[in-house]
Design a protein. Structure first.
Length: 277
């Protein structure tokens, strides 16, 4: 028997380093809620209404009826409509989901449900207003008899969308007074889709009568952008030779810059906004 027996050394397994105990975080338990919290509904009668999309005719009628009922009226571009409410409130918009603009029957029903006091006035306004939009103006030039033989040294360039046709004789005389003593002619540029195309259609049909007849006038109906030219009025002025001064009857600053690029001198005349009596 061997007293000193050679033993085999067994490598000790390295124990993984002990992780430090994580610090326990105790959270305060929230008190359980008893039942669901009910949402507070806003009163519908005081909220007002907002409808869209509406035609320009429907917007005018709704605005007039709501204003007569004592409501504040404002445009709602988000639904292409109009709103009527007390003060500065912004009511939730109601949209017509049937495609296109809303029919008159739906507009009347919604107004009668929310603003009963304006229902009768709205019905009368819609019945009095024409239901169909006026046709677009035909493209082209219309002139008076004096235009063909006129040799003007000054032009009055009118932005047709900003020219009010009520009291137009006084407006023409006020613009001509800015270039007194010169041979004056008038040029007008119209948008075929302009908001006043119904009134302008009557003016074009009777151009040789009324305040335009005794003047050298050329009215051009053209698109707002054609052949890279932003304004048809600037092209109209450039086509007339011998003109060294232009009375620009417009509030459009971009149009003024275009006119200044084609003529030496530009005199600004601001057309009146209010109706002349």
């Amino acid at each position: 028997m061997k007293i000193f027996q050679k033993t085999r050394k067994v490598a000790k397994k390295k124990s993984p380093p002990q992780k430090k105990p994580q610090q326990e975080v105790y959270a305060r338990a929230a008190a359980p809620t008893i039942g669901k919290k009910k949402k507070r509904k806003r009163p519908q009668k005081d909220e007002g209404l907002a409808l869209g999309p509406l035609t320009a005719r429907q917007r005018r009628c709704v605005a007039a009826a709501a204003a007569g009922a004592g409501l504040a009226v404002a445009r709602r571009p988000d639904v292409r409509g109009v709103q009527a409410a007390q003060g500065k409130r912004r009511p939730r918009a109601e949209r017509w989901r049937g495609g296109g603009e809303a029919p008159d029957a739906w507009v009347q029903a919604r107004v009668a449900a929310v603003v009963p006091g304006a229902a009768a006035a709205l019905e009368r306004a819609l019945a009095a207003a024409p239901a169909t939009a006026p046709p677009f103006l035909p493209l082209g030039d219309v002139s008076t008899a004096a235009w063909a033989t006129a040799t003007p040294t000054a032009l009055v360039a009118w932005d047709g969308d900003q020219l009010r046709l009520d009291g137009v004789a006084a407006t023409l005389e006020a613009a001509e007074a800015l270039v007194e003593g010169r041979a004056v002619a008038h040029v007008v540029c119209l948008n075929p889709r302009g908001p006043r195309r119904r009134a302008w259609a009557a003016q074009l049909a009777a151009l040789d009568r009324g305040p335009w007849a005794a003047r050298a006038v050329l009215i051009r109906v053209a698109e707002s952008r054609c052949d890279g030219v932003k304004s048809g009025l600037a092209r109209l002025v450039a086509e007339r030779p011998g003109v060294d001064v232009v009375v620009a009857a417009t509030r459009n600053k971009k149009l003024l810059k275009e006119l200044e690029a084609v003529v030496k001198r530009v005199v600004v005349y601001t057309p009146p906004r209010k109706k002349q009596r």
